[in-house]
Design a protein around this ligand. Structure first.
Ligand code: NAP
Length: 310
């Protein structure tokens, strides 16, 4: 059966991807939403926003690509079991996350949140900084992005640790795994970075119990998903000093409402889900590589485990 690929994404991006496919693999028919044609011929679909009735709309779908690194926007129970669900991890996403997290860790470690407040009141007051090698930085999630940021943080000489579902070994990183080791992992994190996928097991994981298990005055960076964080718990922990500052790239309800207390909180640095974004050219190459792998009967990169949800 001919390879027919449907793209439901921004028009500009979709046309650039179609040009890339047309140049590199003209044998693949690349359609752009809403010009879907015969839906029964579509074997590959890429999108962000899920389509409700995917099983009946696209009866011969073989692969569903997310346009991002996560798949938590999909209700996996509505996607037929034989459809492979694949997340998109292009080099731009990895590079962007390395940059963002290094900046966020340095912001908390060197207390740039405090200097921002000092500058606002013309207060020239140096604050003593703990050396990097005495600062413990922990990453929740030891996947593609967790590993990339740990690698990017190595030159700063922080004391690095990480937590994952299953046990791993990473040079220069103290590794923890499973819910039974979560407490001992966070109890030694001066700066905690959430880079977990959003699943039933990780929703609300950044909560008051977790903050209380961290050293007093720790910092938090959330670059996972907004629903990892219990927002009121963070506000309470900031106001009593258990958490000293937070860098948040994601929020429960995006875009964050203008009246939300995070906007004006002096100890929160907020960005609008831009830690890393899918590149256009680089993502086209990753997508096409995966389609060609599938056509050759090879394993694609980024296929999720439906049972685990990531
Ligand atoms: P990944 O390669 O799938 O890795 C996920 C990691 O999380 C794995 O190490 C996994 O453990 C661990 N994990 C999953 N569930 C767990 C649990 N219940 N307890 C402990 N550890 C658990 O994912 P990734 O590519 O690194 O991406 C991570 C997430 O980053 C994405 O899902 C997305 O939500 C977020 N993201 C955010 C942005 C942004 O701009 N803010 C951009 C891209 C991605 P195992 O290794 O044992 O399986």
């Amino acid at each position: 059966m001919k390879a027919v690929f449907l793209c439901k994404s921004g028009q500009e991006r979709a046309h650039l991807w179609r040009e890339h496919f047309g140049r590199a693999a003209p044998e693949i028919e690349f359609r752009i939403w809403p010009d879907v044609g015969d839906t029964g011929s579509i074997r590959y679909l890429v999108l962000w926003e899920p389509i409700d009735d995917i099983a009946t709309e696209f009866p011969n779908l073989e692969v569903l690509f997310s346009t991002g690194a996560g798949v938590d926007q999909f209700d996996l129970t509505k996607i037929p079991d034989d459809v492979r669900v694949v997340r998109l991890l292009d080099p731009m996403i990895i590079a962007g996350m390395r940059e963002y997290v290094c900046h966020a860790v340095l912001t908390l470690h060197r207390d740039f949140l405090g200097y921002r407040q000092s500058q606002a009141v013309a207060d020239w007051r140096p604050v003593e900084t703990r050396p990097a090698n005495e600062t413990r930085v922990g990453v929740m999630g030891l996947g593609t992005l967790g590993r990339a940021v740990l690698d990017a943080l190595q030159p700063f000489a922080y004391s690095l640790r990480a937590w994952s579902q299953s046990p791993h070994d990473v040079d220069g990183v103290q590794c923890f795994s499973g819910s039974e080791q979560l407490q001992s992992f966070v109890s030694d994190c001066d700066i905690l970075i959430c880079l977990l996928p959003l699943t039933a097991a990780t929703r609300g994981i950044l909560n008051r119990d977790l903050f209380d298990a961290m050293p007093r005055g720790s910092g938090l960076i959330n670059v996972g998903r907004g629903a990892h964080l219990v927002e009121d718990a963070l506000l309470a922990a900031l106001s009593d000093g258990q958490i000293s500052g937070a860098v948040l790239d994601v929020a429960g309800d995006e875009p964050l409402a203008p009246e939300h207390p995070f906007w004006r909180h002096p100890r929160i640095q907020l960005t609008p889900h831009i830690a890393s974004v899918t590149g256009t050219e680089s993502a086209a190459a990753v997508l096409l590589d995966n389609v060609l792998r599938h056509e050759r009967g090879e394993r694609m990169l980024g296929v999720i485990d439906r049972g685990l949800g990531y």
